[in-house]
Design a protein around this ligand. Structure first.
Ligand code: ATP
Ligand code: MG
Length: 741
């Protein structure tokens, strides 16, 4: 069947039909870059007869890979199965397994996620008797990741003058243990693949010959090791097609390098360049707003998008008093959509940092509106799910220490900390894994709890060959007493855990029915490599509001988008200890551009003039990105929070607090400009439960500022209260943090 090119504009068609020389599609958001990749793959197979297994497509999410498969399946039934498509990590995992013997790996190697990796580092620190405070596992993990991204031998890590020898010792031991456990971390997947390709000429030739076409989406967010991999794989046919947008490079903190796309022609001087300028996603107003923000970046390739779409509704900027009011805005918007007969799936809420989701979730829950948080605590990160997977991993590779230690006393079987410490010492002394230590120790002593555990694992291992994956999972849950322990708990939490386990076993059933290779290893690989941009839960995708960080939203689109927390310090984000770094601000700007350009019909930005931020109540000013929007495309709701033009420039600002307008300055007490007699009394439900009544003039206590007097009530629920504290001046405090003195 021929593919339909009528749904492509001329430059898109040019890119889809371009022959075998290198190709770069360089274009702004929503211009159809991903669509070009999908159509190009379909065209290669359907029109040019390229076997799907000779095409490698790298997508940003597994979901995008899935979509590409579906599209291809529709065009060329039966072809999609063989298409090599996936994220960088999934692609490398697959190739490493395929060529494991050449690369010196076990075929069923385990992939450690970030939590597993940290657990391994913690163990290394323990055995090397090094201090976790001085060498926090998280930062060691970061150094390891960075070294691998840069293709630096981990043992050659440069960690600064003083620490380098220590860090190298930790990392060397870590690498040794990972090898003993047959485990690879995320960084390894790409690092090992690149090293294999660059050191093994025969392998490189073989793979580079096999892949006749290579296509990479979101190329602006590739890092150095990923670039090296692509270059090696494209070294024979050079039929490489990359698409991307330097304005949407938002993973610098993970080593992404925009130069990879900007300098593409340095690697391929003959590359054909296609630029796409028509945006099909957003309204004119949304596009102008997005352009206003990105065009101020100091370092970018100039490009402007246009659209045939409607002018559309103005971009709304809502100013709220507190983050709770902001959460109410989300609820009201969702309800209004429902009342208009639209789907809740049309609505997405973005925020800059994960911590913002809690308040939003609470409000949605209270309003009984279904939602899902993408990339939060994922289904596969839940304790019971990880426990079952850890059992399955141990059954496949008992040397997997991290998994073994996870389940050695789960459910509780009387193997206490002392025993585990002894095992760890023994393993460290003998230079082998915990499983060996378990066996040795239980043999010496006999008839003990450790012996029962070893017996249990061995008897389960004996059943692996006879059972399919879901059958094995059920047997594990039953014979380890895991299910019985949860049933005995008889609490709602335990019930929820049982449901999650049932869901997990159900997903294995489905996996076994559909997968090309229905093995445990393949299943584990799939769940470990899910990216931030896909939730683990597949149920109930419809009629549900989506919450996610802006980072996870890349490549996606929604009819209605709310970007919450559009405040200075939060978006653009600035950590408490950081100095303003122009490079970081640039990345924040690109992030705002990504956020705004996800919206198709309506874009709503919200900000709160006070917000609890890492436990502190903070006065906030609206984000500079709001100030940059073209006035005629914006509708302000709830006041602009404008700065007064009199007095010192930018020294203060005016707030609308419902019935009161207040002029506020950083260094001086606020001045009420006008009021329509705000409330003089408020009933407040305390955090600890119980109600108190506060009035203007009353003495109150606050943990940090001590005793003060209520001056005024603001809006919000619970209300904000202005309190004059002798020695601290006037502070705005949320009422439930005050006690009558
Ligand atoms: P991003 O930069 O956000 O990743 P993109 O450039 O990859 O965006 P796509 O996601 O491929 O853009 O396309 C954006 C939207 O426009 C999609 O809904 C797509 O179906 C639609 N679209 C793209 N090209 C066309 C076209 N020629 N005709 C109609 N719709 C199109
Ligand atoms: Mg895209």
């Amino acid at each position: 069947m021929a593919i339909d090119l009528s749904t492509l504009n001329p430059p898109q068609r040019d890119a889809v039909l371009h022959g075998d020389a290198p190709l770069v599609v360089f274009a702004g958001a929503g211009s159809g870059k991903t669509r070009v990749i999908t159509h190009r793959v379909a065209n290669l197979v359907a029109e040019r007869g390229i076997p799907p297994w000779r095409i490698l497509a790298v997508t940003f999410t597994n979901k995008a890979a899935q979509e590409m498969r579906e599209r291809l399946e529709h065009l060329v039934p039966g072809a999609a199965r063989d298409l090599q498509v996936g994220t960088f990590h999934a692609t490398c995992a697959r190739l490493l397994r395929r060529y494991h013997d050449r690369i010196g790996l076990r075929r069923d190697f385990t992939i450690y996620d970030e939590a597993d990796q940290r657990a391994m580092i913690t163990r290394v620190l323990r055995d090397l008797k090094m201090d976790e405070k001085r060498f926090p596992p998280k930062s060691i993990a970061g150094r390891i990741e960075r070294a691998k991204q840069e293709m630096v031998e981990p043992s050659e890590i440069d960690a600064g003058v003083v620490d380098t020898p220590h860090v190298r010792a930790i990392v060397t031991e870590y690498e040794k243990r990972m090898a003993a456990a047959s485990a690879l971390d995320f960084g390894d997947l790409i690092y090992r693949m690149v090293r294999a390709l660059e050191n093994d000429e025969v392998l490189r030739k073989e793979l580079a010959t096999r892949f006749q076409h290579i296509l990479v989406d979101e190329f602006q967010d590739t890092n150095h090791s990923q670039l090296r991999m692509v270059l090696a794989l494209a070294s024979v046919h050079r039929a490489l097609c990359v698409v991307g947008d330097d304005d949407q490079s938002i993973y610098r903190w993970r080593g992404a390098d925009r130069r990879n796309i900007l300098d593409f022609r340095r690697h391929f001087p003959d590359a054909h360049v296609v630029k796409l300028e028509q945006n099909y996603r957003s309204t004119k107003r949304i596009l102008r707003a997005s352009h206003a923000v990105i065009s101020r970046a100091f370092d970018r390739e100039p490009k402007e998008l246009w659209t045939d779409n409607d002018e559309g509704a103005k971009v709304e900027v809502h100013r709220l008093n507190t983050e709770r009011e902001e959460a109410n805005l989300v609820v009201t918007t969702a309800r209004a959509l429902k009342n208009e007969g639209k789907s809740l799936a049309d609505l997405a809420i973005f925020y800059r940092i994960h911590a913002q989701s809690r308040v939003l979730e609470e409000a949605l829950r209270a309003a009984s509106l279904p939602y899902r948080v993408v990339g939060g605590v994922r289904f596969y990160d839940r304790a019971e799910v990880k426990d079952l997977l850890a059992y399955l991993r141990v059954l496949s590779v008992p040397e997997d220490d991290v998994s073994l230690l996870r389940i050695i006393n789960v459910p509780a079987r009387g193997i206490g900390k002392t025993t585990i410490d002894r095992l760890l010492d023994r393993a460290a002394a003998a230079g082998n894994g915990v499983w060996e230590a378990c066996k040795a120790q239980s043999e010496e002593r006999g008839g003990n709890k450790l012996g029962d555990f070893v017996g249990l694992i061995e008897s389960l291992r004996a059943k692996v060959a006879d059972l399919d994956l879901p059958g094995l999972a059920r047997t594990v849950l039953d014979e380890t007493g895991y299910v019985q322990a949860l049933q005995a708990e008889n609490t709602p939490e335990a019930d929820a855990r049982l449901e999650n386990l049932a869901e997990l076993v159900g997903s294995m059933e489905q996996f076994v029915a559909e997968a090309e290779e229905p093995t445990l290893t393949a299943f584990l690989e799939r769940v470990t490599l899910q990216t931030d941009a896909e939730g683990g839960d597949s149920k109930g995708e419809n009629e549900i509001v989506t919450l996610m960080t802006v980072h996870a939203a890349k490549g996606l689109e929604f009819p209605v988008v709310i970007v919450a927390g559009m405040e200075e310090q939060l978006f653009p984000f600035r950590g408490l200890e950081q100095d303003a770094d122009p490079e970081e601000l640039e990345e924040e700007r690109r992030l705002a551009y990504v956020a705004f350009t996800r919206a198709r019909e309506r874009l709503i930005l919200s900000w709160a003039s006070t917000r609890y931020f890492f436990g502190n109540l903070r006065d906030c000013t609206r984000s500079r990105f709001i100030d940059e929007l073209p006035g005629s495309d914006v509708k302000f709701v709830g006041g602009t929070g404008d700065r007064p033009s009199f007095g010192r420039a930018n020294a203060g600002w005016i707030e609308d607090r419902g019935s009161t307008r207040v002029e506020r300055f950083d260094a001086r007490p606020s001045r009420v400009l006008s009021t329509t007699a705000g409330p003089i009394e408020a009933k407040v439900t305390r955090k600890s439960g119980g109600q108190v009544s506060l009035r203007v003039g009353q003495s109150v206590k606050h943990v940090r500022y001590g005793q003060g007097k209520v001056v005024r009530f603001g809006t919000g629920d619970p209300p904000n209260v202005d309190v004059e504290f002798p020695g601290h001046g006037k502070k705005t405090i949320r009422a439930d943090f005050l006690d009558p003195a």
